[in-house]
Design a protein around this ligand. Structure first.
Ligand SMILES: Cc1cc2nc3c(=O)[nH]c(=O)nc-3n(C[C@H](O)[C@H](O)[C@H](O)COP(=O)(O)OP(=O)(O)OC[C@H]3O[C@@H](n4cnc5c(N)ncnc54)[C@H](O)[C@@H]3O)c2cc1C
Length: 411
């Protein structure tokens, strides 16, 4: 039987970070880092389109959801962006800030990030790939870890198995069950976040596939209250909608829609306009037709599709009248189509296409200064297995770095 002082289960971003800081803090401890995948770090390699968006210039708790923002802040402030940049520079990864505020390695290659983390983690720990953990049993003074390998005993365990997104990278949710067997609970729902949304099979939105444009997506409660909004680019696809704005709002939509069927997601195709402003302007537009007005503001293919949906069978076609000649209801339909179009969401593309997982182990079951379990002594957690998910822009990795650091120095 192999013995270790510390066993870290999961060698993704959070687990590697925990191994590095556990080793730096206590170089004499025997640390092993187990991962079920044969090839470590696949998620880091595919992140940020292969460039790995390591963090964001400004990280604050408002960019996150799941646990309370106050709890999330407690963790983030213990290892902030400045410390993250310094840490990566120390291990040989220089970061550059792009216009969007996102930080990437100057090489533009995720491999630079993964190689540096692996190099540093190997200084302090034994990394065992192809070691899939099935069970962790708490034997009182130690843990027994079993799987497709000879049983390992460890005094302390860090659970860093990630969520359920892109299961082929190795993160398939088994870690949740292990946490439960050690006495932890899970949030009532665990669902895909940063995930593309689908629309019904024959919906005309699918005809817009290939079009990318800046939009504002808005989520409305049943009483008409604006709940969330994201302005960014959106990509129309053969199944529905994707791109940063859609990914960012997806977790809020899916969460709200699960509780309330009257929730509405709308697209503002012209984010510089608000509904009332546009409807008011249309009342006075005596020269341009809808077609003329929309041309130049939206791609031609889209203009035609939107107009044919609005005025398909009318004769004479209202699209050919000056906008102020349209009936009030047609003007309103036009303005609504342009800035408050209700998306008929059919579903989402699921964990196979989700960048992160919403839900997980509640933060209230941990001591946040050490990421240690309040339920099972000598057990720590970090990364996406916890009930925290961030928006696009490097926030999810920052959560992995901050929580991994805390678990590492404390374990
Ligand atoms: C396509 C894509 C792009 C992304 N791009 C970005 C980005 O640019 N910036 C950003 O901030 N975030 C990005 N993310 C999110 C980010 O990658 C994750 O939030 C982050 O990797 C989570 O780190 P983690 O270590 O907690 O979990 P993971 O990276 O999922 O690592 C968990 C590890 O645990 C292992 N494991 C799981 N179960 C077991 C078990 N039973 N036994 C042994 N090992 C196990 C897995 O093999 C895996 O290696 C992206 C995600 C995806 C899918």
């Amino acid at each position: 039987m192999t013995r270790a002082d510390i066993a870290i289960v999961g060698a993704g971003a959070a687990g590697l970070m925990a191994a590095i800081w556990a080793g730096r803090t206590n170089p004499n401890r025997k640390i092993i880092l187990l991962d079920g995948a044969e090839k470590i770090g696949r998620k880091i390699l595919i992140a940020g389109g292969g460039r790995c968006n390591v963090t964001h210039y400004v990280v604050d708790e408002q960019a996150y959801a799941g646990a309370s923002r106050n709890a999330i802040k407690k963790v983030l402030r213990q290892f902030d962006v400045e410390q993250t940049v310094k840490f990566f520079s120390q291990i040989g990864v220089k970061l550059k800030r792009e216009e969007t505020g996102k930080l990437f390695p100057t090489t533009d290659q995720a491999k630079t990030v993964l190689d540096a983390l692996l190099r540093e983690a190997k200084r302090f720990s034994t990394i065992l790939s192809g070691h899939r953990v099935d069970e962790i049993i708490d034997k009182g003074h130690q843990f027994e870890i079993t799987g497709n390998f000879d049983t390992i005993q460890a005094t302390k365990v860090v659970l860093a198995t990630g969520g359920k997104s892109i299961p082929k990278t190795g993160s398939d949710g088994r870690g949740y069950e292990m946490a439960q067997s050690l006495g932890h609970t899970l949030t009532p729902r665990i669902f895909p976040a940063l995930v593309p949304l689908t629309v019904p099979r024959n919906h005309w939105l699918r005809d817009l596939k290939g079009i990318t444009l800046p939009v504002r997506l808005e989520l409305w409660g049943p009483t008409g209250k604006l709940l969330e909004s994201f302005e960014n680019s959106m990509l129309c696809t053969h199944f529905g909608l994707s791109g940063p704005a859609v990914l960012d709002i997806s977790r809020y939509y899916l969460d709200a829609a699960a509780h309330d069927p009257d929730i509405k997601l709308t697209i503002n195709w012209l984010p510089q306009w608000e509904y009332d402003q546009l409807a008011g302007m249309f009342k006075k537009e005596r020269e341009k037709t809808a077609l003329q007005w929309m041309r130049g503001q939206l791609p031609e293919r889209m203009v035609k599709t939107l107009l044919s949906q609005l005025f398909e069978s009318a004769e004479p076609n209202p699209a050919n009248l000056a906008i102020n000649q349209l009936s009030k209801s047609d003007r309103q339909r036009l303005a609504k189509m342009l800035v408050r179009f209700e998306v008929p969401v059919a579903g989402d593309r699921g964990f196979d296409f989700a960048e992160v997982t919403a839900g997980g182990i509640p933060l209230k079951e941990l001591r946040l200064s050490t990421m240690s379990s309040r339920i099972c002594p000598n057990l720590h957690f970090c990364g996406e297995i916890l009930n925290v998910d961030g928006r696009i822009g490097g926030f999810n990795f920052q959560w992995a770095w901050s929580s991994g650091y805390l678990a590492g120095i404390s374990v």
